[in-house]
Design a protein around this ligand. Structure first.
Ligand SMILES: Nc1ncnc2c1ncn2[C@@H]1O[C@H](COP(=O)(O)OP(=O)(O)OP(=O)(O)O)[C@@H](O)[C@H]1O
Ligand SMILES: [Mg+2]
Length: 305
């Protein structure tokens, strides 16, 4: 599988403080990579290093299979980005803003402006001044601008920040469409797992500058699914009884005397009865697991905003 982006030992220090610590990120072509971390975790710093806006203190970045040294310009042509808030000329229309950007960047093909505006759903609003745009429209305009040069990778720093739930949903759908229809790879940073989990094919969690975990969607789903945690004195016998007496097979033995039962969340009473009536001691049955729990576990239990 081709990697669009890899970082090796990527590190950034400010003064004596390490804000990005020995990062190894692996992003494959077609990934929607949710880059997750709390405020101050090091997301923006990492993305700025990837975009060449600041120099790493140590480590390296590989884009499209090549180390960045000396080849940054070529790699940058294949990337679009929004780092922090996209700035626009507020007194100009959306279309004029994109036209200025197109000329500044020396990109051909003026017709593509209408196409990107249509992709992000702003074609009808293209002649409105940007100062009359809502936050969601500005975000979409930022994405349109990042798309102007047909990037293969989009690097987006908290693109749904400040949007209302409807706006978040719209933007999410836009990313999914761009990924599916145009094969664009995404890195999307966020401080909310709930915001990227419905979209990401892969999630990296950064905490105090350290990448705590990189996980594929399927594994994330498994880890963030709700389940009944059943604590018993005999896990093997309990497993046997779940299967034979209740026909439940979507469980795993999570540790000595601990079973996690998925997809049968309303069955705690019948599970309890089946186990106890066949001589298994049940110490506890409780509903457990969700994405927030999981994120908190990985990041050490500090609540998120
Ligand atoms: N230019 C700088 N000089 C000194 N410290 C910096 C600088 N830029 C960032 N930092 C520090 O690095 C740490 C990581 O900041 P960064 O902006 O990368 O976090 P973040 O994950 O993007 O947070 P947020 O969710 O708030 O955007 C913070 O402690 C920040 O204060
Ligand atoms: Mg940030």
């Amino acid at each position: 599988m081709d990697y669009v982006l890899r970082t090796n030992h990527l590190t950034k220090r400010y003064g004596g403080k390490t804000v990005v610590n020995n990062l190894h990120m692996n992003i494959r072509q077609g990934d929607i990579y949710g880059f997750l971390g709390q405020n101050g975790a090091g997301k923006t710093t990492t993305l700025r290093m990837i975009m060449g806006l600041i120099q790493p203190t140590a480590g390296e970045i590989e884009l499209f299979g090549e180390s960045l040294f000396g080849r940054r310009a070529r790699a940058m042509e294949r990337i679009g980005a929004i780092i922090e808030y996209p700035g626009f000329y507020l007194n100009l229309s959306a279309a004029d803003n994109l036209e200025i950007h197109r000329r500044l960047m020396g990109m051909g093909n003026k017709e593509y402006i209408e196409e990107v505006l249509s992709i992000v759903g702003l074609l009808d609003a293209r002649n409105q001044k940007v100062k009359h745009y809502s936050l969601g429209m500005k975000q979409r305009l930022g994405i349109a601008r990042a798309l102007l040069h047909h990037p293969e990778l989009l690097v987006l720093d908290e693109p749904t920040n400040g949007l209302d739930p409807a706006g978040i949903k719209e933007i999410r759908q836009l990313f999914l469409d761009l990924a599916r229809q145009r094969g664009i790879t995404f890195i999307i940073s966020s401080h909310l797992l709930s915001e990227v989990e419905q979209l990401a094919t892969r999630v990296g969690i950064i905490h105090h500058g350290t990448l705590m975990e990189e996980i594929n969607y399927d594994d994330l789903q498994r880890k963030t699914r709700h389940y009944l945690e059943i604590k018993v004195d005999d896990d093997k016998k309990a497993a046997y009884l779940l299967e034979q007496k209740l026909g439940l097979s979507d469980y795993r033995i999570a540790g000595p005397g601990i079973l996690h039962l998925y997809g049968s969340l309303d069955q705690s009473a019948s599970v309890n009865l089946a186990l106890t009536s066949h001589g298994v001691g049940v110490k506890e049955i409780r509903l457990s697991g969700d994405s927030l729990d999981y994120f908190l576990k990985v990041t050490g239990g500090v609540p998120l905003g």
